[in-house]
Design a protein around this ligand. Structure first.
Ligand code: PRP
Length: 214
């Protein structure tokens, strides 16, 4: 077997859609792929190696070259600002980044507290609005923060809007739309150009066929 193409896949909400997309592009991922607890999965007949990572870590693996390519949310790309090529919009896992809080609450004019998994994105956003804020970094269940008085607002992903709704929160500002991206390590793109280009072409074809592209 020649050296496989290593793909960093995000575990969690993007995973199933990414697997589906790769299958539609005729990559032979076995049925047990989704159920496995393995973190490295080799598909020898396709000369592919998958590594399953936390979504926020995918660009790190790709930047360091231990993965040649990866699938990462635009939210993660904006937050992490890693030195990788963003080659293709996969139009999967569509959602948006937003500011949210309890209804009918004014934003404290002096350094309101913002809870988020995305400290860099949140700082940049409020700076662009000319507002000074205090960022509180959390790792999940961000919606809890305004409910128990840890923060005045949150910056987080909104997908169906259910989490906000069921916790009595409202979106106050939309920051940006988010989809998942196909990312590539710059050195790999030179060394494994043929196989990476083929993957991009096959993925692109599926995206266009599914009219994901407007
Ligand atoms: C994400 C996000 C929101 C929720 C939004 O959390 O941080 O909490 O999903 O989705 P919705 O609009 O469809 O309700 P995730 O499930 O990734 O878990 P986390 O709270 O651990 O970040």
């Amino acid at each position: 077997m020649t050296e496989p193409l290593t793909i960093a896949m995000p575990k969690g909400r993007i995973f199933e859609e990414a697997v589906q997309l790769l299958r539609e592009a005729d990559y032979p991922l076995p049925p047990e792929f989704e159920d496995s607890r393995k973190l490295i999965i080799d598909i020898e007949e396709a000369e592919l190696r998958f590594i399953l990572a936390k979504p926020m870590d995918v660009p790190t693996y790709v930047e360091h070259g231990v993965a040649d390519v990866g699938i990462a949310g635009k939210d993660v790309m904006l937050e992490e600002k890693r030195d990788v090529y963003e080659v293709l919009d996969l139009y999967i896992s569509q959602c948006h980044l937003a500011v949210a809080g309890l209804p009918n609450t004014e934003l404290d004019p002096v350094a309101p507290k913002i809870a988020t998994k995305y400290p860099n994105v949140a700082s940049a956003y409020f700076r662009s609005q000319g507002k000074q804020v205090e960022i509180i970094k959390l790792n999940g269940s961000i919606e809890l923060a305004p409910l128990i008085g840890l923060a005045d607002r949150i910056v987080d992903i909104v997908s169906t809007g259910r989490t906000l709704d069921e916790n009595g929160l409202v979106e106050t500002e939309k920051i940006t739309d988010i989809t998942s991206r196909f990312i590539v390590n710059p050195v790999s793109y030179r060394m494994k150009a043929t196989v990476i280009d083929e993957m991009v072409t096959r993925l692109e074809k599926v995206i266009v066929q599914k009219e994901r592209v407007i």
